[in-house]
Ligand binder design. Sequence first.
Ligand SMILES: [Zn+2]
Length: 302
Amino acid sequence: MFIGSIDGGGTKVLTAVMTETGQILARRQASVPTADYAAYFARCAEMLGACAEEVGMRLEKLAGVGASLPAMTDGRDRVLGSPSAGWGAFSVRPLLVPALGMGTGRVFIENDVNACAMAELRFARGGDNFIWMTVSTGIGGAVVADGRLVRGAGFCAGEIGHVKVEFEHPRLCGCGGYGCLEAQASGTAIARLAREAGLDADAKRCAELAGQNNPVARAVLAQAGRHMGRALAMTANVLNPERVYIGGGVAHSLELLLPSIREEFERGVLPQCRNVVIEQTRLGYEAALFGAAAVCLEGLGC
Ligand SMILES: [Zn+2]
């Protein structure tokens, strides 16, 4: 079986034709502006068309198409909004279905972090109870409990990035609240902390400097790590997961963050919930692309 995957990021789009076991047969990547969402999805379909052509098949012959999007969604067809992409609410199928030339019941969408968790379940190590946390420009989360993705009453479950972790000197978050994990420990927050400490470094550079034992960079990462540990402890007390998978660019610095994550986690977690493995996802850069495939396969009932 061949399926189409679209990883629709806020700055770049990845598309692929894949098998149902997650083998990538053809792949395209491009930066696509999100401002005009009709044009955005037309471009996604065009890129997937190029992948299909490369493997010598027509788009409509794909069993289905899944798209992981940087947005809250209803897990089927509707985008409910995306601050990062600048999107309001709209239906995706009327945009994608005609461009793909396939039936409405074969096109599926999902929030990108939920999609990553679904990929972890289907293609990687998974487990029945885990938290997926993406740490990049912002911080996103997804929850799998008792073997199922938790979507919530309004499809907003798992927003670990907006758990409040700082009360003494809380920072303003993109959501309008103060002291959210995202405002204290995302890649953007790490760069800001570094700048305030007199270090001209983004999150990646800060990690490099910390790796070279720069004390300022180490202190910045330790602070971000403590906030992550605090949010994870609160979440673990509610959900009792067995694992936490960390993805996103900042996940590459997990080794440097982990001591402070673990220390603060231990302080906040119940003894009965403390047995949690915190590790980097093995899905890597293409986690959300595999996620889109997982979304498609689940939608098709496979
Ligand atoms: Zn927030």
